[in-house]
Design a protein around this ligand. Structure first.
Ligand code: TYD
Length: 320
């Protein structure tokens, strides 16, 4: 956004939970049109104060507890941040006025699909049938966003993306976890048989879609942002081994995730027809770029995996 819209003032509001990291913002911290505020989106007083001082005209809510496995262990914080946090931000938008509130949602709100070719990717009209505490909290927030639009006339939009991958991704997610483990010759923990399918979207393609929606997307609408790139987990992990020259014998099949969704797939025709967006990055190129970034930025992820993350890793994977 800073590169594309140099005249914009961007304020990043972040609680800096375990998943947030100030070193991620290092490349932009010194830019005159960028500022960072450490705040919880659930902290009404702090959010109101920020709106009072800054009067933002567009709010994009990326803030969420986002990891399914953690939501299975501890749902409460997901409900708090993902639902109450969205409500708190939208209340501030109502109070101070706004041009657009945009909610970053997920394809997981539609629930899963079977592997059958007959099971067609979800359009925006599909029912919401979330499976995990995480996806239920995101679906709840989506309902609330639409309710604020209808009830208070808040100018909202929602986008539902498929699985992101790329630079700066916290190493609890499949792709960075496998890259980081493979680099240290550690076991690669594949849940069950690894036959689950996800639709992978390069993070910069996602960002471009959000930029289009907040400027040109219609108010009150939902847009699917899919990668047109369905792949089985096991194939991703094997590809990472190949790219890094590591043996597939590192792959370890571990106990499956509870309620594990089989397949996610969404149809991005609406955003293509209305806004001309298409995912540009081919997976073969995106994964190479991602691996290169993790190779060149070892300090970034070493600091993470040497910290609090170690406890999580031992708890989650220790006896699998
Ligand atoms: P994840 O990155 O957690 O995203 P999501 O659950 O939101 O799709 O997981 C992607 C897929 O990879 C999912 O099917 C679970 C699987 N997975 C593993 O097999 N092993 C792992 O260690 C992790 C984190 C995920």
């Amino acid at each position: 956004m800073l590169a594309k819209h140099p005249a914009y003032r961007i304020i990043c509001l972040d609680k800096l939970t375990y998943a947030g990291n100030l070193s991620t913002l290092k490349p932009v911290m010194d830019k005159p049109n960028f500022s960072f505020v450490q705040t919880d989106i659930c902290d009404r007083e702090a959010v109101d104060k920020l709106f009072e001082e800054e009067h933002p005209d567009i709010v994009v809510n990326f803030a969420a507890e986002s990891h399914v496995d953690r939501s299975i262990e501890n749902p409460g914080i997901f409900l708090q941040t993902n639902i109450m946090g969205a409500a708190t931000l939208m209340d501030a938008c109502r109070k101070y006025g706004i041009r657009r509130y945009h909610q970053i949602s997920t394809d997981e709100v539609y629930g899963d699909l079977t592997l059958s070719a007959e099971a067609k990717p979800f359009t925006e009209k599909a029912l919401l049938r979330p499976s995990s505490p995480y996806s239920s909290s995101k679906a709840s927030a989506d309902l609330l966003v639409m309710a604020y639009h209808r009830t208070y006339g808040l100018p909202v939009s929602i986008s539902r993306c498929s699985n992101n991958y790329g630079t700066y991704q916290f190493p609890e997610k499949l792709i960075p976890l496998m890259i980081v483990n493979a680099l240290s010759d550690k076991p690669l923990p594949v849940y069950g048989e690894g036959l689950n399918v996800r639709d992978w979207l390069y993070v910069e393609d996602h960002c471009k879609a959000i930029d289009l929606i907040i400027h040109k997307g219609r108010v009150g609408e939902v847009y699917n942002i899919g990668g047109n790139n369905e792949m089985r987990n096991i194939d991703i992990v094997k590809l990472i081994c190949k790219e890094l020259g590591k043996p597939e014998s590192l792959i370890t099949h571990v106990t499956d995730r509870k309620g594990h969704d089989m397949r996610y797939a969404i149809d991005p025709t609406k955003i293509h027809n209305e806004l001309g967006w298409l995912p540009k990055t081919k997976f073969a190129d995106g994964i190479k770029k991602t691996i290169k970034w993790y190779l060149e930025n070892q300090k970034w992820w070493q600091d993470i995996i040497n910290g609090e993350y170690q406890h999580y890793y031992k708890k989650m994977y220790g006896n699998r």
